[in-house]
Write a protein that binds this ligand. Structure first.
Ligand code: FES
Length: 181
């Protein structure tokens, strides 16, 4: 049983600003959350939330990065993630579409993208299609405002995307899914 009192998340190393696991701009969201809390161990839950919102799930490299940055033992971080059912260690759907709803993307029509994606999948942000093929997520800013509106389709940032182009890609995923049924 995990002791969830944040006081038990004693630091084993000094917290610090570490280079993120990749140059994916979404790491900025995670780093900013930790920095805002002075890299305190008590920022763990909020940081994990931010990471899951940005990436859709929490993989090993994310947990490692967060543990080292906050100076918390990795085993404690795993303990917290596996204790709370709201955290996921795998993407729910086989494919993931993250739509940026930050200011620049919103101005450039992100809400039209969301409507088009909802129409195609029957899912709202945060949901996964019944056949577990596609998960729809939203992010606040992907750090790609210059090419707004931006989405991330299975890890690839796509800028200046139109609702029709997003729909076409998602329909392709859904068709591929059906072809194997
Ligand atoms: S607001 Fe969408 S990438 Fe920055």
């Amino acid at each position: 049983m995990v002791d969830l009192k944040m006081a038990t998340l004693a630091r084993t190393t000094e917290p610090r600003t570490l280079p993120p696991p990749s140059d994916d701009k979404r790491w900025r969201i995670v780093s900013t959350t930790m920095r805002r809390h002075g890299f305190a161990p008590s920022a763990l839950i909020e940081t994990l939330h931010a990471a899951q919102e940005a990436f859709g799930f929490l993989d090993d490299s994310t947990l490692n990065f967060v543990a080292r940055s906050l100076g918390i033992p990795l085993s404690k971080v795993y303990g917290v993630v596996t204790f709370y059912s709201l955290f996921r260690m795998k993407p729910e759907g086989e494919h993931t579409c993250v739509v940026c709803m930050g200011t620049a993307c919103y101005i450039k029509g992100a809400s039209k993208l969301i409507s088009a994606i909802e129409e195609t999948t029957g899912c709202k942000p945060g949901e996964t299609t019944e056949d577990k093929k596609v998960s729809i997520l939203v992010a606040r800013c992907l750090g790609a405002c210059g090419i707004a509106p931006a989405v991330i389709l299975d890890g690839d940032v796509q800028g200046n995307i139109t609702p029709a182009a997003a729909q076409a890609r998602i329909e392709e995923w859904m068709q591929i899914g059906r072809a194997h049924v």
